[in-house]
Design a protein around this ligand. Structure first.
Ligand code: FMN
Length: 433
């Protein structure tokens, strides 16, 4: 491997939902989306390509931000339906051996004890390959499904997340690593002196503890986090083992973001190398560079002729009805959100049509696998590390194969990514380089 290998992870956009049901290579996605087989096939293919992890995105509401009702969301299967990722994750874990499995769970929808227990169970079942994508939710609709009138204010949610995280960690630590003795002669399975009360009483949460499950192989799951606002990056740099970033601004923007995260992590007393920043990327791959460019041109033409599909996402993430803005006039800087701040900041000043033309991520990667591998190499060298989070809204088996059997071998030939896993657990593999 070269001096600077990097990590690869996969973002399962749209969660356990309908995938590109009406596109050319989507199989029978409109009908068989409830079958976990696509996720199993994806996880196995990514594992063959030695990816670090796969995230199952999630949210738990039927959106109605665009146009004030759910018609367009349901008609296009955009961001809905979504089945529960914590039910899918163990199936994927059971049928793989090395890849990290990362369900998304929201701190505003769970109690810390319930979440700590689920994740502890999954880490046992996966033999130390569990992660938690820590989110705070971004829609009042989600809060209303859980009995609240409104979602808490943006920065307050991160204050809650800080406390939630601390309590969950206390619960995971409530069993010492050697608490299970399993000695038949002594007649002792677990030593009660090594299982501790937690008695946590914070501003938002309270729990007695201990957890009623023994310490799992990793103890704590691998934490992934995507906060992009100042308050979001403060939380992420304190807690995350891997930050997934949708930052814009080309290579410069990526480098600035990573440098900032590393400085903040250092400020929290952490080793910044324990917090891998993975940048969203959606490579467009072809047999030739020209074919890949044509594909990208077709994607752009499609989003140009179907602006509503992009606006559905922008509306639900921000809670702002983007059907009210003329498509060719700049989005006013008076637009405010209690949802995704980073995304809205990226949209302000652009016209909706311009905003929708952008690729996912800071840099566009288009070409043959070898061309894209060279581009990724160059970008990572300038940014300084740590890797990419590959994402594609139109997930299908053909695209997965383009990445795992085209792009990844090209990256491997250049010594840029691993060719085998060195360790058993997710965290050990993530911290390998
Ligand atoms: C790559 C990526 C993945 C995300 N996945 C989820 C998710 O699965 N569920 C969710 O509610 N929010 C998700 N988010 C949103 C983040 O948790 C966060 O709310 C968003 O980045 C805005 O953060 P900010 O307000 O601190 O800028 C994701 C964001 C990014 C960039």
């Amino acid at each position: 491997m070269s001096a600077k290998p990097f990590h690869l992870a996969w973002f399962g956009a749209g969660g356990f939902g309908v995938k590109s049901w009406n596109k050319t290579w989507s199989g029978n996605g409109g009908e068989d989306w409830t079958d976990p087989q696509l996720w199993i096939d994806t996880a196995r293919a990514l594992e063959r390509a030695c990816f670090d992890y796969i995230i199952i995105e999630d949210s738990s509401y039927v959106p109605d931000a665009y146009g004030g009702n759910s018609k367009a969301y349901l008609a296009s299967a955009t961001a809905t339906p979504k089945l529960d990722p914590t039910v899918l994750a163990p199936v994927m874990a059971h049928l793989t051996d090395r890849i990290g499995i990362v369900p998304t769970l929201s701190i505003t929808e769970y109690h810390p004890y319930m979440l700590a227990r689920k994740i502890n169970t999954l880490d046992h079942m996966s033999k130390g390959r569990t992660g938690w994508n820590v989110v705070t939710s971004s829609s009042h609709r989600a809060a209303q499904n859980y009995g609240k009138d409104l979602l808490e204010e943006h920065d307050l949610r991160y204050d809650m997340a800080d406390e939630f995280f601390d309590l969950a960690c206390r619960l995971w630590d409530s069993w010492d690593a050697d608490a299970v003795v399993n000695d038949r002669e002594l007649g002792m399975w677990a030593d009660f002196e090594k299982v501790h009360l937690v008695n946590f009483e914070g501003k938002f949460y309270k729990s007695r503890g201990p957890l009623n499950g023994s310490r799992s192989p990793q103890g704590h799951p691998v934490f992934t986090q995507a906060g992009g606002s100042p308050r979001g990056t403060a939380f992420a740099s304190r807690t995350a083992n891997s930050i997934i970033s949708g930052v814009e601004g080309g290579v410069e923007g990526m480098k600035k973001f990573r440098d900032d995260i590393r400085a903040q992590a250092t400020g929290w007393g952490r080793d910044p190398d324990d917090c891998k920043v993975l940048f969203m990327a959606s490579p467009v791959l072809g047999e030739t560079d020209a074919e890949a460019q044509e594909k990208r041109a077709r994607q752009k033409a499609f989003s140009e002729s179907h602006p509503e599909l992009g606006l559905l996402h922008l509306s639900r993430h921000s809670g702002i009805d983007f059907s009210q803005f003329p498509i060719d006039e700049p989005i006013p800087d008076t637009a405010k959100t209690n949802g995704h701040q980073q995304m809205l900041a990226q949209a302000i000043g652009k016209t909706p049509r311009e905003f929708l033309q952008k690729t996912q991520g800071a840099v566009e990667f288009v070409g043959t696998p070898d061309t894209v591998a060279a581009q990724m190499d160059e970008v990572m060298q300038e940014v300084g590390g740590d890797g990419f989070l590959i994402s594609n809204f139109d997930l299908n088996r053909r695209y997965i194969s383009e990445v795992t059997d085209g792009l990844v071998p090209a990256l491997q030939h250049r010594g840029l990514v691993r060719t085998e896993y060195a360790h058993e657990t997710f965290r050990d593999n993530l911290l390998e380089f």
